[in-house]
Write a protein that binds this ligand. Structure first.
Ligand SMILES: *[C@@H]1O[C@H](CO)[C@@H](O)[C@H](O)[C@H]1NC(C)=O
Ligand SMILES: *[C@@H]1O[C@H](CO)[C@@H](O)[C@H](O)[C@H]1NC(C)=O
Ligand SMILES: *[C@@H]1O[C@H](CO)[C@@H](O)[C@H](O)[C@H]1NC(C)=O
Ligand SMILES: *[C@@H]1O[C@H](CO)[C@@H](O)[C@H](O)[C@H]1NC(C)=O
Ligand SMILES: *[C@@H]1O[C@H](CO)[C@@H](O)[C@H](O)[C@H]1NC(C)=O
Ligand SMILES: *[C@@H]1O[C@H](CO)[C@@H](O)[C@H](O)[C@H]1NC(C)=O
Ligand SMILES: *[C@@H]1O[C@H](CO)[C@@H](O)[C@H](O)[C@H]1NC(C)=O
Length: 479
């Protein structure tokens, strides 16, 4: 959702005019970096002001002597002129003190030099309240996480002035590399147990009440991002969210949260393009990778998904919105015991299209819906059928092998009555029951396409050619 510029401007003015309770050093910092203090509102959620310092010990000013606690100066810069250890800015790293202010100062310092590195040192555990790390920086910037980074423990500890929808935000952080082999621990448990979460109420009910929970790592309007060699666990909500980003690489990341943790998507991508997600293991309670509206040129390669809801394109077209998703490849991927394998889900009444999707070399291990297109996606009671739908076309499944949980069909193409799915192609699909020998037939509804090779089980329910309704209607195109 776009936020009108005027709203942004008002927020910026508010942010700049709010009385500052910070020390002199902070005021100075603000004046110099006005452009970085911008509060960006995510979906109508006003950004919280920067957290107030945790009290003594007061953070030292940013241009303190060269950091003394760093352990690993980047090659070629022994002088460490561009290495900024958060401990040199007053971070305690004792797991309890709120070190947010030190992180802010270290970020500002690292952002101000060419190729600066913010270092979260090994063997320390830093608790920080919600922060926005804003760029653009002078050159690229590295956020080196070797130790552990945590938010406050649950909703009761969350400062009232902080947004409850995000924890760490990277905004216009072009050229950011986040890495270091450390751990980002979202401490999500108390959030997952809020009564408003699905089935947390008495007798398996969902109770009313505020339900916002923070995304652990949100990247917004940033390009040339690399996130590699990191562990992220137990996010209160999505672990990663890339929104309006370009040229993103996620490599060798491990994401872990319990199978029953609600809304803990591993990596969510929307309005973003040229995104590669590689060599990662994601074990969680919701979608492993989810790809939302406005995404194109996305490649997922060599990813393992455990439990959770599988790799999903969608949901798209909610509340009659237009969604365009194009050129997505999911290749060499393993799905274990997940609710879905590869899924496309759209709401009734949407517009736009999903096309050019390739699912290739995917191993399924006791997956409930290995291959599924669901154009009747609906959360809650019932969603009335509508005449408009996101058009799903040119979807290829190539080399999808393994086993399925026989509670549902191994292939399910539930397409819209009004706008059928077209050009679904299946090649080398072999799916066997995970237990027993009952074979469940594929399900098709309003789906066109065909198998290029024999499939197991055989698919005879796809219709050939193109439906008249598609030829005659002018399906709303995505340019
Ligand atoms: C939960 O179920 C029990 C037994 O069926 C019933 O007595 C109780 O009223 C229910 N509680 C609520 C909140 O629905
Ligand atoms: C991203 O990187 C490319 C080359 O790698 C460069 O041409 C481009 O200017 C960069 N964009 C930004 C916004 O940093
Ligand atoms: C695939 O990813 C795993 C980590 O999940 C890594 O150990 C392995 O080397 C990768 N394989 C290839 C071919 O890159
Ligand atoms: C599709 O996306 C890939 C990146 O995943 C890119 O290399 C390729 O050029 C894109 N194809 C088209 C036709 O844009
Ligand atoms: C999938 O990966 C294999 C190598 O593992 C490669 O040969 C093939 O071209 C890839 N497919 C797509 C659609 O990118
Ligand atoms: C919507 O349409 C589908 C397919 O025609 C049908 O199975 C389903 O019952 C309909 N749902 C509602 C709520 O009318
Ligand atoms: C069907 O989709 C495939 C890609 O999945 C594409 O190569 C092919 O041209 C499409 N066929 C038609 C008839 O549009």
């Amino acid at each position: 959702m776009e936020v009108p510029r005027t709203v942004l401007l008002v927020l910026v003015l508010l942010a700049l005019s709010s009385p500052s309770s910070h020390a002199h050093g902070r005021t100075h910092h603000r004046r110099r970096h006005k452009h970085r203090s911008i509060a960006l509102p995510p979906e109508g959620d006003p950004l919280s002001p920067p957290p107030s310092p945790a009290g003594p010990p007061a953070a030292r000013p940013p241009k303190a002597a060269p950091p003394s606690h760093h352990r690993r100066p980047p090659a070629g810069s022994p002088s460490s002129g561009n290495l900024f250890d958060v401990r040199s800015f007053g971070a305690a790293g004792d797991g309890e003190t709120n070190d947010a202010r030190a992180f802010e100062l270290a970020w500002t310092a690292a952002c101000d030099v060419d190729g600066g590195t913010l270092l979260v040192p090994r063997e320390y555990s830093f608790t920080i309240t919600s922060l926005i790390f804003a760029g653009p920086c002078r050159g690229g910037i590295t956020f080196q996480v070797e130790g552990t980074l945590m938010p406050p423990d649950g909703p009761d500890e969350w400062p009232a002035s902080n947004s409850r929808r995000q924890w760490l935000v990277f905004y216009r952080a072009n050229g950011l590399t986040m890495r270091g082999g450390g751990m980002i621990d979202g401490r999500g448990e108390k959030w997952w147990n809020l009564p408003c979460k699905p089935h947390r109420g008495a007798n398996g009910s969902t109770l009313p009440g505020p339900c916002d929970s923070p995304v652990a790592l949100r990247f917004f309007e940033s390009s040339n991002l690399t996130v590699e060699a990191l562990e992220v666990r137990n996010s209160p909500q999505f672990h990663f969210r890339f929104d309006s980003c370009r040229h993103v690489i996620v490599d060798s990341v491990t994401i872990t949260s319990p199978a029953l943790s609600p809304n803990t998507d591993g990596i969510h991508v929307e309005n973003s393009n040229s995104v590669g997600i590689y060599n990662s293991v994601i074990s969680n309670g919701d979608d492993c990778v989810s790809i939302g509206a406005g995404s194109f040129n996305v490649e997922v390669y060599n990813v393992t998904c455990v439990s959770g809801h599988g790799i999903s394109i969608g949901s798209l077209g909610k509340l009659n919105s237009k969604a365009c998703v194009n050129n997505i490849t999911v290749n060499k991927t393993t799905m274990r015991h997940s609710d879905n394998g590869v899924r496309i889900k759209t709401w009734q009444g949407g517009l736009g299209s999903v096309s050019g999707i390739v699912f290739e070399n995917i191993h399924m291990d006791a997956v409930r819906n290995p291959i599924i297109i669901d154009q009747y996606y609906c959360l809650g009671r019932s969603c009335p059928n509508q005449t408009a739908a996101v058009h799903v076309s040119h979807i290829s499944y190539n080399g999808i092998k393994g086993t399925y949980d026989t509670r549902s069909p191994p292939m399910h193409f539930g397409c819209s009555d009004a706008v059928p799915c077209t050009n679904i192609t299946l090649t080398d699909v072999e799916l066997l029951p995970a237990a027993g020998d009952v074979i469940v037939d594929p399900f098709c509804w309003s789906a066109y396409g065909g198998a290029q090779t024999l499939t197991i089980p055989p698919v005879s329910c796809l219709m050939e050619g193109l439906p008249r309704s598609i030829l005659e209607s002018d399906v709303e195109k995505c340019s």
